[in-house]
Write a protein that binds this ligand. Structure first.
Ligand code: S3P
Ligand code: PEP
Length: 418
């Protein structure tokens, strides 16, 4: 049985908090794969306690110490672990069955497996064509070093290939077809490879990585900007707020750091401090009619859309196409849950627009989370406007931010599990 939690905030809605966020799971999961590919020449510091990172760490440690020829590897709900391991395992000696949760089996991976097979891997589907579980027979014998790959479904396929590229005897050239989605994540991959001595060339839609050796390096993982976004929501929905997030920097490898700019619309002012960043709610809400394009920061979509809805801003959004293949269909999940406060999210020609004309806050709402950590964290701040916010299956936050509920308590929220 899944457990729920009831979130409330008694008294004046003033927030004054200092929160130490865990490390970015995106950075960690790249760092762990690079560490393994470099045969431990590269070291990682500040590993996240996100479940997706813990899972990948355990899988890689087990592989390092195992000589078994047949192995089943279950990554649960971790998208990056699934995609990065598909590439990593294809080059390793052995027979692997790579699987995950029921939802993972509905998240497409055909673009990546077909690309790997074209390069010389041997990957077949155990159940449905184009989806996990994957049957991987390694090691791959490279037969091609220039391939075309679609860029508009998931950048994770491209990151997976780029990390493997320097270890391939003939290197790799990726020719990206269509518009590249989630571009900052590809830039993060290349920047982290560069920290470990791997150079690349990126001209228009061609990314080239020659065969190269990793250099000894230490990758220090930054705190998670996607996790920071929920603290921005809290500031935006409070009467007044000062929240400080030590060790975060505005200049970050993470594209989700753009939350500090986007949140200016909602009256939040971010500044650097001696040891990180802080933000306050002290500006007017900007009445913007601009359409916000979230293609470069899909993980911020739920945070931003929920805040806009609760502040009665009928904003429009583009770049939400990939949300349908994440932990859940996030567009449908948002539509269902926003309806509970009278808000609609309409789609017309891939432009999504909020209609907040019937916004109303009941005394209590119960929010379904659809096995999606970001649904839980995006809706929890509503406790600043609604007496009781019940979050179903509240433990979902583990995927990226296990201490989310503890941190809420530090900021003055009451969190009671039921
Ligand atoms: O590479 C990464 O670390 C990620 C890339 C993004 O996925 P897509 O490229 O599938 O949009 C993002 O949504 C995910 O949470 C993490
Ligand atoms: C989409 C996400 O993760 P993944 O694709 O790695 O499962 C996420 O963390 O929001």
């Amino acid at each position: 049985m899944h457990k729920n939690a009831v979130i409330s905030f008694k008294g004046p809605k003033h927030i004054d908090a200092e929160i130490y966020l865990t490390g970015s799971k995106s950075e960690c999961n790249r760092a762990l794969i690079i560490e393994a590919l470099s045969k431990q020449l590269v070291k990682v510091e500040n590993l996240s306690n996100a479940a997706d990172t813990v899972t990948l760490h355990q899988v890689l440690s087990k592989l390092e110490h195992s000589t078994a020829q047949e192995q089943t590897i279950d990554v649960g709900p971790a998208g990056t672990a699934m995609r990065f391991l598909a590439a990593y395992l294809s080059a390793k000696n052995g027979n692997f069955l790579l699987t995950g949760t029921e939802r993972m089996k509905q998240r497409p991976i055909g673009i990546l497996t077909e690309a790997l097979n074209e390069i010389g891997a041997d990957i077949a589907y155990e159940e449905k064509e184009g989806f996990p579980p994957l049957k991987i027979k390694g090691p791959l014998a490279q037969k091609k070093n220039h391939i075309q790959i679609k860029g508009d479904i998931s950048s994770q396929y491209i990151s997976a290939l780029l990390m493997l590229a320097p270890t391939l005897p003939l290197g790799l050239t990726l020719e990206i077809e269509g518009e590249l989605t989630s571009r900052p994540y590809v830039e993060m991959t290349l920047a982290m490879l560069a920290e470990c001595g791997i150079s690349h060339e990126w001209n228009e839609n061609l990314i080239v990585i020659q065969h190269q050796d990793f250099k000894p390096a230490t990758l220090i993982v930054e705190p998670d900007w996607s996790a920071a976004s929920y603290w921005y929501s809290i500031a935006a929905l409070a009467e007044n707020a000062r929240i400080s997030l030590p060790h975060l920097r505005k200049q970050s490898l993470q594209g989700d750091s753009q939350i500090s700019i986007i949140m200016e619309i909602f009256g939040i002012n971010t500044y650097s401090t001696a040891n990180g960043i802080a933000f306050t709610k002290d500006q007017e809400i900007k009445n913007t009619s601009a359409i916000l394009d979230l293609k470069t920061c899909p993980d911020l979509a739920q945070t931003i859309i929920v805040v806009a809805a609760t502040l009665r801003l009928n904003l429009s959004f583009t770049g939400l196409e990939t949300l349908k293949i994440k932990e859940t269909n996030r567009v449908a999940a948002l539509q269902n849950e926003l309806a509970k406060i009278g808000v609609k999210l309409h789609e017309n020609n891939l432009i999504y627009t909020l209609d907040c004309s019937a916004l109303s806050f009941p005394k209590k709402i119960t929010v379904a989370t659809y096995e999606d950590h970001r649904m839980a964290m995006a809706f929890a701040p509503l406790a600043l406007l609604i007496d009781e916010v019940e979050i179903e299956d509240y433990r979902v936050v583990e995927k990226s931010y296990p201490y989310f509920w503890e941190d809420l308590k530090k900021a003055g929220f009451e969190v009671v599990s039921t």
